[in-house]
Design a binder for this molecule. Structure first.
Ligand code: ADP
Length: 494
């Protein structure tokens, strides 16, 4: 099958979060199954051109944005370590700046124009390549306008695009790309698409909604999240629409890149290890304690690597902190995000310098070192579409402590869970006391070396590779094409 990915970040070229991991690993897994997958993404200033061996092509993409026409230039290369083709779309005025989506916690003010241009350019590219994909797979609001253009826009009439079904994957429903209707011209869609059955949302433009109403099939990144987003608590106002499209919606758990995240070969670690030979893990703990200036004690070292935003539940971590510090626990936090959380965490580290380490940076090697060196890994998210770190943790023999929500609920089984083989600790309530209680349970097991090691090893045996998920996506692509095939047959008979 020929599949075009339209996606705003791809690891290791440009990344802010889990979307980038998926946008790299899923195409690779699909290519391994024999499919022709190509990726379009913006050529950001910070995009690692060398990593993708990007070279300029003669392709020029004139794209209308309201009253002006901007020209995109196309660079082509490959995802590192694969044959997956990457097309990076260059447009200096839109992408040659710091920050993928914004800077210092503020969105770029022209994000509608930036991602409208991107979505249209990705489709304009197809005739230039003389390549007609069978499915256009759009990811999140930044690419949702590509689905809308295939349904409502000029692309629906363009011979190389007409009739191609879109699949939209919602990686995080809380980011919808909502803009004032006064900027409608920038979408380059017909006025009729600003309606209840189109992009209109409380008299504003909602790009994600445009994708949800336009795509032939919808997916999200875990079965639990697929159910949750149909409820008011997790639906961010789109729960009704998602309920209406429930038959087209599938939850497919993300896999992880098991080569990138492999404690047996990880080049970022002080020592490598396997489930059979765990000695290296102790060396990793010592090394990370040393690097982060934590006391060289055998306290329960809890790692946290995440965006420091409200979603991730840092409020209850901060709320539980003083009582947590009364226990033999250390905390290693790596993340960037909202300035208020930066300040609160820094103060905490100042109060407990040898117990709490806070690194406010995006640091890939350190993320690996914390995954390997920590005993446990905490994810206290208010909502979590899938979450990747809990899976990395299990693979690294680091016990996940997670809220029972979204993909966390689908991937971690609690120690006391009677039905599943336990792999970690799960708590229910979004409250500091619930976090403290689960930390105490973890600590009690940590003192029982043999039981703790059994839990570690069970986690390390889990299979989170992409193969199975990639096969599930292929089924969705086939379903997306099916109604169209039926339609064509009817037309021919007439
Ligand atoms: P989300 O997509 O909501 O950010 P996920 O758990 O799905 O959450 O994915 C987060 C990804 O980003 C993981 O690969 C994680 O290791 C990585 N990550 C997040 N913050 C940092 C950071 N400060 N430094 C390095 N990696 C980070």
């Amino acid at each position: 099958m020929k599949i075009l990915f339209v996606v705003s970040e791809v690891e290791p070229l440009a990344k802010t979060g889990g979307l980038a991991d998926v946008a790299a690993a899923l195409p690779k897994a699909l290519a391994a199954l024999g499919h022709d997958v190509r990726i379009a993404l913006p050529l950001y200033r910070q995009l690692d051109r060398a990593a993708a061996s990007l070279a300029p092509t003669p392709i020029r993409l004139p794209v209308r944005l309201g009253t002006q026409t901007l020209e995109g230039r196309v660079w082509s290369g490959h995802l590192p370590g694969s044959q997956v083709t990457v097309y990076a779309i260059e447009q200096e005025a839109l992408y040659d700046r710091d920050g993928l989506y914004g800077l210092h916690g503020r969105d770029h003010p022209d994000n509608l124009e930036r991602f409208s241009f991107f979505s249209q350019a990705a489709l304009c590219l197809l005739p230039q390549l003389s390549w007609r994909p069978e499915v256009v797979h759009c990811h999140d609001w930044q690419a949702a306008l590509a689905a809308a253009h295939l349904k409502f826009g000029a692309s629906s009439r363009e011979p190389w695009c007409a009739g191609i079904p879109a699949v939209l994957t919602i990686h995080n429903l809380s980011y919808q790309g909502v803009f004032p209707k006064s900027r409608w011209a920038a979408t380059q869609l017909p006025d009729a698409a600003f309606s209840l059955n189109g992009l209109e949302f409380y008299d504003q433009i909602n790009c994600l909604k445009g994708g949800i109403v336009s795509a032939a099939r919808l997916t999200t990144v875990s079965p639990t999240y697929a159910r949750e987003i149909q409820t008011p608590q997790f639906g961010w106002g789109l729960e009704g629409l998602l309920r209406a499209r429930a038959k087209a919606l599938t939850g497919i758990l993300n896999g992880i890149d098991v080569d990138e995240w492999n404690p047996a070969t990880d080049r970022h670690l002080a020592a490598t290890y396997t489930a059979q030979r765990l000695a290296g893990k102790a060396a990793c703990k010592q090394a990370v304690q040393q690097r982060l200036h934590l006391a060289p004690r055998n306290d329960l070292l809890i790692g946290m690597v995440q965006r420091l935003v409200d979603q991730k539940g840092i409020d209850i971590v901060l709320g539980a902190m003083e009582e947590l510090m009364a226990l033999p626990v250390q905390l290693a936090v790596l993340g960037t995000g909202e300035p208020a959380y930066h300040r609160a965490l820094e103060q905490l580290a100042k109060r407990h310098p040898d117990r709490v380490s806070v690194t406010l940076a995006f640091d890939h090697p350190l993320a690996h070192q914390i995954e390997a060196g920590a005993d446990a890994f905490l994810m206290a998210s208010k909502f979590e579409p899938c979450g990747l770190n809990q899976m990395y943790s299990m693979r690294y023999g680091t016990v996940p402590i997670v809220k029972r929500v979204g993909g966390l609920a689908d991937t971690v089984a609690d120690l006391d869970d009677p039905s599943d083989a336990p792999t970690g600790f799960v708590f229910e309530e979004h409250a500091p006391q619930a976090l403290l209680a689960v930390a105490r349970r973890a600590l009690a097991l940590f003192r029982d070396r043999a039981a703790w090691t059994r839990l570690i090893k069970r986690g390390m045996r889990q299979d989170f590779s992409w193969r199975r998920s990639a096969q599930a996506y292929v089924r969705v692509y086939q379903q997306a094409r099916a109604p169209r095939a039926g339609h064509r047959r009817v037309t021919r008979r007439r």
